[in-house]
Structures are given as structure tokens and as C-alpha cells.
Design a protein around this ligand. Sequence first.
Ligand code: USQ
Length: 381
Amino acid sequence: MKILILGADGYLGWPTSIDLALNKHNLLLIDNYEKKKLMKKNYRKPLVLNKKIENVIPVLKKVNKNVNFKNIDCSNYKKFTEVFRKFKPDAVIHFAELPSAPYSMLGYYEGWKTLQNNLQSTFNLVWNVKQYQPNCHIIKLGTMGEYGTPNIDIEEGWINIKHKKRSQKFLYPRQASSLYHTSKIMDTDLIWFFSRLHGLKATDLMQGPVYGIYTNNFSTENNLEPTFAYDDMFGTVLNRFIVQAVANIPLTVYGSGNQIRGHINIKDTIQCIKLALKNPSKKGVLNIYNQFTQQFSVNQLANKVAEALRKINLNVKIKNIKNPRIEQEKHYYNAKNKGMKKLGLKPTLLTEKAIIEMARYVIKNKKNIDKSIISPKTTWK
Ligand code: USQ
């Protein structure tokens, strides 16, 4: 397939690009390194700074000559349209969004930048698909955080509402707790609008916090692992806990630690994207999947990390700190995730072995850990 990957340099975009390259698809990778620039500007850095795509393309070309890269800002309509019209993709995987809730809550500029970048790149994409490539399948990374933590079960994207003896299927209610998550709600609305009115084919993957580092042997052998963030702004909770354990810093549980989320290993993110590619939606239909494999509270995650890593003689401590976010800490959480399993997802579970494997990667790069970027500095106030 001819696949356009937007945001190919990111934590998820990069391993997806490598995997699809190994699967011999014809790929055009797009990124403008905005996340790297933002991290630098905010004095954050990943554990290992991965090379720029243009510098590693020759390694990918050894396994697949049909992989190319363009440094394009997807929120730039003119430049994006030029590339899109020329490439004529069969499918687009859209990761080109600013992904950080804490960054979006820093202040006016950061909140607006997140909304503007995420909405504009999504709008440019749907507009181009409608105008020039209406059969192209859009796969967009959504987030479980769009649903928030409602007091009823979270269905997969849709809910049937009965009102005064009549009923209709609607998008499941969304209520975010950061401007980043709000930008993703607006994306969903845009994509649903274009599917409904213009018959586009789209899949929205509502993903929970991702953890992990290893995706396949090719990446490991060539030092092409994804950028592993552990800082307070761009690192997800489990990845942060593992770095904190290795750095001998108490695990930073925000508030009571009873916040529950659906988590997923990065290997399964790639499995889900491949399953979505193989199962495009019909024209005018927006397919929505809840993309996580296991639900954990923050306390459960912290305890799992501590138990596993004490077995390799790390002296792991856990500390509850004042929650920098405004979020529900005591809540009901029961999200459905049958869709991907029906398509064939084989979940990778969070075992002691998986935690220790991640910790070994962090230990290998321990000298790079910057302890000053770990404790949370952005509050929602
Ligand atoms: N948390 C801690 N300690 C930490 C970091 C986080 O207790 O050191 C807590 C948070 O308060 C929150 C939970 O862990 O209750 C998850 O936080 P997170 O930082 O792992 O996840 P979040 O900010 O929600 O965002 C991440 C990704 C985002 C993605 C989202 C999926 O950065 O791009 O969309 O996970 S979800 O959370 O389902 O919306």
C-alpha cells in the first residue's frame, strides 16, 4: 500500500514507520521535528536522542527502497497539499499532533499552540482527502482521555441514546481534562463531520497511555528504538516510573494514585495500526476502537514496577505527591476494548519480565538521566 505517515519521528510514528517499512509498503514519512524543538525549548530531553530521519533513511532503504522522508509542517496547508497530491496515498496514519497534556496547560501560548497545531493538521488532512483522494483511509490516533472518567461504562466510540421513546446512536460523550485532550475531541468531531457529509473512510484509535521501548529486532540491532521520554511533560507514567526506579528517585504518584487508565504496550500500538490498515472502514463510516489492553490505577502501576525491579536489586520507593493536575482521583472506570481483539490483536501483557526488560534498557543509558526534569513543574491552576 501507499501509506503516508504524518508525525513519523514521534514515539509512536517512528516504530510504526520501521515496522511498515519491513512489511514492504510504499511509505512517505513526514515530520518537521516540532516535538523535538518543543522539548529543547522547554529544557526537556529524551533518554536517548534518536537521529534525524534523513540521516537514517539509508538504513531503512536497505530493507525497502520505497521509503522516503519529507520535512513538512502538516499544519501548513500549501506545503502539505503539494506533498499529498503528488503522493496520492491509499492510507494516511495521522500522528502529527502535539501529544502532551502538561505542555498544553502551561499557559495561553502553549494551550493555543496545541489546539491550533492539532486542529489545523487534522483539517488539512481531511480536506485533502475529500478534494483529491476520497477513497484514502484515514487512521487517526485519538486518545482514551477524550472520554474522561464518566460514572458509566465507556463504550467503543458510540452510544445508543433513548429519549422519549425514540433512540439514536451518537458519539459517546467526551469530557477532557486538559487542552491537549480537548484538541483531540475537536479532531474527532472534524473527522466524523467529514465522514458523515463527504463519505470519507476513517478509523479513530482511542489509545490509552503507552509504555515500552522494544518493537522488533531490526530496530534494536540498528539502534533505531523510539525516543523514550521520561520527563514531566512528555513522558507517560509507566516509562517515567521505570526511569525513576533506575535513578533511585521515589516513584512520583500524583495525589492518591487511584486514577485508573487503560494502558498499552508500544508493540500492541503497532499491531493495532496494522489491523486498522487491513480493515478499513466503509465510505461514510467512522470506525472507533478503544486501544488499550489492561486497566491499572497509578498505585497498581507503581507497585508492579517496585515489585519487579526489587528482583533486580533496585531499591524502589514510592511517594505520593500533590497532584499537579485537576483530575478525578476516585472514580468508576470500566472501558470496553473488544474491537481490536475481534480483529486479531494478541495483547502483550505487563509482566515482571516486560518491566525488567525496559529497566535494562534504561540502565544501559543511565548516564543520560537528567534528574532535574522528573518532578512535575506544570500545574493545572
Ligand atoms: N501520573 C502520575 N505520576 C506521574 C505521571 C502521571 O501519577 O509521574 C498520573 C496522571 O496524573 C494521570 C495518569 O498517571 O492520572 C496518566 O498520566 P500520563 O502522563 O501517563 O498520561 P496523559 O497525560 O493522560 O497522556 C498520555 C500521553 C497522551 C495520550 C494519553 C492517553 O501523553 O499523548 O493521549 O496518555 S490517555 O491518558 O488515555 O488520555
